[in-house]
Design a protein around this ligand. Structure first.
Ligand SMILES: [Zn+2]
Length: 362
């Protein structure tokens, strides 16, 4: 049975188009326009005619910055930098609310920014959509039995696997986790269900990667399961697919697909309208946690500690209920708490610094 979520996600709010129009036209800023977008010099990269704000819904993109740090998203974040107003004030004007729960868009249909008679911007490359290879079977398919068995051994039921659209590749012997948003498939990660190293008769050890990602996909520009953020007042940020899935009962559960959280992922989280961020990353990523506290401090997004218990090691090894328990009791990160954590692992930290220095001087 599919575990029930805590609460229903609130409805997403739409931007007030009259207010948006007034803000842009009354701004005193110079801009050009086509039938679909207002076009500005970007306040971040200072490149002219690179920042497009869509008239229909206010979604914006800077064609240059989006490749660098994912500068695209809800209008308040572009207008904040163009007009120097606070996000809170802009949100009140745009949504008529104190703290809106706007939905997440990845703005992948970038061509929607251009009018019919426009020349399409040369930089307007979209993240290519993918189709499933024919031999990646839906998890309920009879050819996926081995994959399903593996998932069940890791505590993931058929219903949960179906909810996340998991598949199985018999030739690769990998469980496949889709990387998709709003019904569009951008790639996937495959997790081997068999040991990834073996010794042959000559005693030579062969290794294959445990996790593989679609070739050419910039996974640092995406979050796995990002649809979970739509309408969610919070995000649970985990590292791998299993970690994220185990936070299903919390809602807002996404995976970074890597150790570090990229600038584009920070921006995606920020632009999704969340107010609270639960960090379920590697228990000893103290430096990363401090960096994220700094990154989000200017946006009034509160950070909470949702790391796995020491016994479990990572969220993926815990039960759904245990992760929910951690979520409900998660302490808030303040600078004091981060430092306390570092002090707790002080010996470890010192050893690590010494080791890093030794490596450098070698
Ligand atoms: Zn820019």
């Amino acid at each position: 049975m599919l575990p029930q979520e805590q609460s229903r996600a609130p409805r997403a709010y739409d931007v007030d188009r009259i207010a948006l129009n007034e803000l842009v036209r009354g701004s005193g800023l110079s801009f050009s326009e086509n039938s679909k977008s207002w076009i500005f010099e970007c306040p971040r990269c200072f490149k002219s005619k690179k920042l497009y704000i869509r008239k229909s819904d206010g979604r914006f993109v800077c064609w240059f910055c989006k490749e660098v740090d994912g500068f695209q998203g809800k209008p308040e974040f572009a207008l904040k930098e163009l007009l120097g107003l606070s996000v809170a004030i802009l949100q009140k004007k745009l949504y008529g609310l104190e703290s809106p729960q706007a939905s997440l868009f990845l703005d992948i249909q970038l061509r929607d920014f251009f009018g019919e008679d426009d020349e399409v911007d040369g930089d307007a490359d979209e993240i290519a959509e993918q189709v499933w290879p024919f031999d990646y079977y839906p998890i309920e398919h009879r050819h996926s039995a081995r994959g399903l068995k593996y998932l069940e051994e890791r505590g993931v039921s058929l219903a949960v696997a179906q909810f996340y659209g998991l598949r199985y590749s018999p030739p690769e012997r990998r469980v496949i986790f889709p990387i998709s948003s709003g019904g569009r498939l951008y790639g996937w990660q495959g997790r081997s269900i068999i040991p990834t190293s073996y010794e042959d008769e000559q005693g030579i050890v062969h290794e294959t990667p445990k996790i593989v990602t679609t070739k050419g996909l910039k996974k640092e520009n995406l979050l796995m399961f990002s649809d979970r953020l739509v309408g969610s007042p919070h995000a649970v940020l985990a590292e791998g697919p299993f970690d994220a899935i185990k936070a299903h009962l919390c809602g807002g559960n996404v995976a970074t697909m890597g150790k570090a959280v990229s600038p584009a992922q920070v921006r995606l989280l920020r632009n999704s309208g969340i107010r609270r961020l639960y960090l379920g990353l590697d228990p000893d990523a103290a430096a990363e946690i401090m960096r994220l506290c700094r990154e989000f401090s200017s946006d009034d997004i509160e950070l909470f500690d949702l790391r796995a218990t020491a016994e479990a090691g990572d969220l993926g090894a815990m039960s759904f209920e245990a992760v929910l328990g951690r979520f409900q009791e998660a302490p808030r990160f303040g600078l004091g708490r981060v430092i306390a954590h570092v002090e707790g692992d002080y010996d470890l930290l010192v050893r690590r610094i010494v080791r890093a220095r030794q490596r450098r001087t070698r």
